[in-house]
Design a protein around this ligand. Structure first.
Ligand code: KG4
Ligand code: ZN
Length: 330
């Protein structure tokens, strides 16, 4: 079973070709440099750029896999959630190819791709807890089986990546904020003791806009023009509180649900300090903590192809009338 998977839900165009579960070729074209001057993703520009490069990226990926398009058995594509214009580019391309080559189509939920991405590389058995932390999402799931997921909690306001990006903007560090804030945090020496969001809240929900407001208020009160050393300390203290908040809720869920396996994924899961903190806590509480490799943490088509393989095995195909849905739920 050879699958060609397309991901274009936000600002990465990505194509993967899989033979069953084996990745034959994988390309990711990031638009970060295009959106950088705007300090965030501009939806109109994102969709135009997907449209500009998607066919040549498919050709390049087929070339890497040494395959002709006629060898593809199934076309899979992210159909939500995400930016509608961006999703439509991938979906229309996949539909056209499926129609032209008379092959089945499978629409994939982007969140399901993230949620199961660690299973691609690690031998993980159900049930496990899945924490998705990215620029647009912050959701803690109980993953009971393939296709059987329940949401334990989610963010009430900003996603963690969004908080990193906003704080980076406040500190004039550029876009995307996560990697720069992480780098500056490593140089921080003083803990400014920002509160840990939702620390004593009994639900599994998260909230990060208050932490961002702490940074705003701190800058207003203490330093409108912070020194490099103070920026490092703010980055360190902000990141520490954010990670603690994610850690407290995830491990409390693991203890209360008696599930000793936790998978953390999404762009923010590339943060090394966060990885170390979660692994340390996991060892303490005998919870196995898994992170997909960094390339599979951010948006990619390999994770879409992987879910497509699982769906195809179960004969879960979609009609050519399938829609793109910006708010698609899992
Ligand atoms: O999963 P992703 O590539 O795209 C979606 O949002 O779906 O995640 C991008 C987000 C951005 O907000 C970025 O600042 C954040 O992930 N990010 C990080 C790191 N690398 C990327 N946040 C914290 N630390 C990092 N090292
Ligand atoms: Zn994503």
């Amino acid at each position: 079973m050879i699958i060609l998977a397309i991901e274009s839900s936000c600002d990465e165009t990505s194509i993967a070709i899989l033979e069953n579960k084996k990745l034959l070729a994988h390309t990711i074209a990031s638009q970060i440099d295009i959106h950088k001057p705007f300090g965030g993703v501009v939806p109109e520009i994102a969709s135009r750029h997907h449209e500009k490069i998607i066919l040549s990226l498919i050709e390049k990926t087929l070339h890497e896999a040494s395959l002709n398009i006629s060898a593809i058995d199934i076309f899979a594509v992210t159909h939500g959630p995400g930016l509608l214009g961006s999703l439509l580019v991938g979906l229309v391309t996949a539909k056209a190819l499926a129609l032209m080559y008379k092959k089945p189509l499978i629409g994939i939920n982007h969140i399901e791709g993230h949620l199961l991405s660690a299973l691609f590389e690690h031998d993980i058995s159900f049930p496990f807890l899945g924490l998705i932390i990215s620029g647009g999402h912050c959701i803690l799931y109980e993953v009971k089986d393939f296709g059987n997921y329940s949401t334990l909690g989610s963010t009430l306001d900003d996603a963690p990546g969004e908080a990193f990006d906003k704080v980076a903007r406040l500190l004039n560090l550029g876009y995307p904020g996560g990697p720069i804030v992480e780098k500056r945090a490593r140089e921080g020496t003083v803990d400014l003791r920002f509160p840990i969001p939702m620390k004593d809240d009994p639900s599994y929900n998260f909230s990060f806009s208050g932490l961002k407001t702490c940074v705003v208020n701190y800058l207003k009160k203490e330093a409108s023009n912070p020194t490099d050393a103070l920026i490092n300390n703010i980055a360190y203290s902000f990141q520490k509180s954010l990670i603690e908040s994610l850690c407290i809720k995830s491990f409390r869920a693991s203890q209360e649900k008696n599930i000793h396996c936790l998978v953390v994924t999404g762009g923010v899961a590339s943060n090394n300090t966060l990885r170390e903190r979660f692994i340390h806590e996991g060892k303490k509480l005998t919870v196995d903590v898994y992170f997909p490799s960094k390339i599979l943490c951010t948006d990619n088509a390999a994770m879409i192809g992987h879910v497509a393989y699982e769906k195809a095995r179960r004969n879960l195909f979609d009609p050519l009338t399938i829609d793109a849905c910006a708010n698609l739920k899992l």
